[in-house]
Write a protein of this length. Structure first.
Length: 567
């Protein structure tokens, strides 16, 4: 079929009568040939489809507008490939012919990650490959008997841990840290480095972190993703607050590009590392400590900042821990791929924030502002940031597009709008041997290309004023056009100055025949957003969806032109 991905409503009115190709030379055409007879793409208001341009050489015909009102279409070129990090140029043109040339499909060339992002990427990559022998001492260390632990960790108990302490040497070193339990609850035990800088968190502060995790974050994560492991048989997740995390980045890097707030490392619970000196044989998170006087020689972190940042870090990293248990320890399979794993953890941050509603909008802001900021980075340049991004977890914009996609999946495929129904969706994605796009397709029951195309349209039309979006094109929990100005006003100084005050995704408008849109398409993401306008009684118009030079798009990027009639 010419439209391989389509809604139940939107469909072609007929097949193209002839391929858009020169009958003499067989070469791709630079524009649709008006001498050929094409059947038009007929859509009613609210109907949508996804056009595969490969078999038609990109020729798309829109019918005459017989209505007394203007017609309007939303057009979203997209690379729906399931291959990570593919990129292709595209052009969407009304009539202007261009010179044909060879099409391009290449790997996305991303900017180098800053140190903190590189560290998290290396953690997830080591988990994916389970190449834990690359850590110093792990390959040659003899298994040792793990000392018996008490049935229940008690305040005041002391223990020595191994903590990854290098970013630049791919985990060639780790530090020995002695720490003491300062707070313990129903699900969490907080150890604090015995060499912690002065003037840090008080016992009351630590008990507050404990209570938030026990009463809000733990229930939110386990309801949405499943249960963690308990290899040390103590019924608790350990949090080690240590100076080593603060010192993972230099003062200069911390000021310029950010810091590591905390992390989880799958090697600590992996069966293959049990009893090896380099690992801790426990469900454990590592977090930064308060350092209000910059005693450690890196970024200053005051008490207020640590109390704001660490809970969001815990709910994020806890998803990674649960996912590793469900995929590797229980499922006996590979960890979830990087992009979907990270997307689920950012969704977990949002879930943590929602446990404070209604009433505590300040705490809600602390948890969700990062996701909204990252999404804004994607919305500003969607053609530059892949969704399917397995060469790494990408930068902030890639984290934003991943969060948007998981948020959409939870809204789109839940039986109703309740949190319980949405949790059923995300729980389906975790306890499975499937990963990445195959995992998504299994959960949705639809090809990945279908789902990702509907999501691309939903990003712009979900809350479009004056338009009632079909259920498949809606977010249920967010209305982004109002969310950005509301959060900008409500969250105040807790937001970075770069946080936008309005919805940053823009769809340019032009009369159909004069459309001239070009750019890049990257794996999974919507490349750009274009509104095609057609006046009352206006003639039919043609569009050529091609590469930037007018040549036929390559099938390797699975190109689609998503078309929705808005008016």
């Amino acid at each position: 079929m010419l439209a391989l991905v389509r809604s139940q409503m939107g469909l072609w009115s007929g097949l193209l009568a002839a391929a858009c190709v020169d009958r003499v030379t067989g070469a791709p055409l630079a524009a649709c040939n008006p001498a050929y007879h094409y059947q038009a793409l007929v859509l009613q208001v609210g109907e949508y489809t996804a056009v595969d341009p490969v078999p038609t050489y990109g020729c798309v015909v829109f019918p005459a507008n017989a209505s007394a009102d203007s017609a309007e279409y939303l057009l979203v070129p997209q690379a729906t490939t399931e291959t990570p990090d593919l990129m292709a140029t595209f052009k969407l043109a009304g009539a202007a012919p261009v010179t044909a040339a060879a099409a391009m499909a290449a790997l996305v060339q991303e900017a180098p990650l800053p140190p903190a992002e590189r560290f998290h990427y290396q953690l997830r990559e080591l988990e994916r490959t389970r190449a834990y022998s690359s850590i110093a001492g792990a390959a040659t260390a003899r298994p040792q008997a793990v000392p018996p632990l008490p049935a229940r960790i008690q305040v005041g108990e002391q223990r020595t841990f191994n903590v990854l302490s290098s970013i630049n040497s791919i985990f060639a070193t780790y530090a020995r840290v002695t720490a003491t339990v300062q707070s313990a609850g129903q699900h969490i035990a907080i150890y604090v480095d015995d060499d912690v800088p002065p003037n840090g968190l008080t016992t009351a502060d630590l008990d507050g972190l404990r209570d938030v995790f026990d009463q809000q974050l733990y229930p939110a994560d386990t309801a949405a993703f499943g249960r963690e492991s308990d290899i040390d048989n103590n019924g608790l997740v350990i949090v080690l607050m240590t100076n080593v995390v603060n010192k993972l980045v230099s003062a200069a890097d911390c000021q310029a590009t950010g810091y590591v707030a905390g992390f989880f490392f799958g090697a600590d619970i992996d069966p293959s590392t049990r009893g090896i000196n380099a690992f801790n044989d426990a469900e454990i998170f590592y977090t930064m400590v308060a350092d209000p006087d910059s005693t450690l020689g890196t970024c200053r972190h005051d008490i207020t900042q640590v109390k704001q940042v660490v809970p969001g870090t815990l709910v994020h990293e806890f998803q990674h821990m649960i996912s590793y248990n469900q995929h590797v320890l229980i499922g006996k399979s590979s960890p979830e791929v990087l992009w979907l794993n990270e997307a689920m953890s950012h969704y977990a941050e949002e879930l943590g924030g929602r446990t404070f509603l209604p009433g505590d909008s300040a705490s809600f802001c602390n948890y969700v502002s990062g996701d909204l900021r990252n999404a804004a980075s994607y919305f500003t340049a969607p053609g530059s940031h892949p969704l399917v991004d397995t060469s790494g977890i990408g930068g902030l914009a890639e984290r934003g597009v991943g969060w948007l996609f998981v948020r959409y999946l939870a809204d789109r495929f839940a039986q109703d709008t309740t949190l319980a129904a949405q949790n059923e969706v995300t729980r389906t994605l975790v306890p499975t041997k499937l990963t990445g796009t195959a995992n998504v397709a299994h959960m949705t029951g639809a090809p990945f290309a279908t789902t990702v195309g509907e999501w691309a349209l939903a990003n712009w039309v979900s809350d479009l004023p004056g338009f009632t979006a079909p259920k498949a094109l809606k977010y249920e929990k967010w209305a982004f056009r109002s969310a950005y100005p509301v959060l900008k006003a409500r969250c105040g100084t807790s937001l970075p100055s770069s946080f936008p005050s309005s919805f940053p995704l823009v769809a340019t408008a032009a009369a159909g025949p004069s459309i001239n849109l070009a750019g890049t398409m990257v794996s999974g993401s919507g490349a750009a957003y274009q509104r095609a306008l057609q006046g009352p009684g206006a003639d039919p118009f043609n569009l050529l969806f091609s590469d930037a030079t007018g040549a036929r798009l390559r099938s390797t990027v699975s190109p689609r032109l998503n078309v929705l009639r808005i008016r």
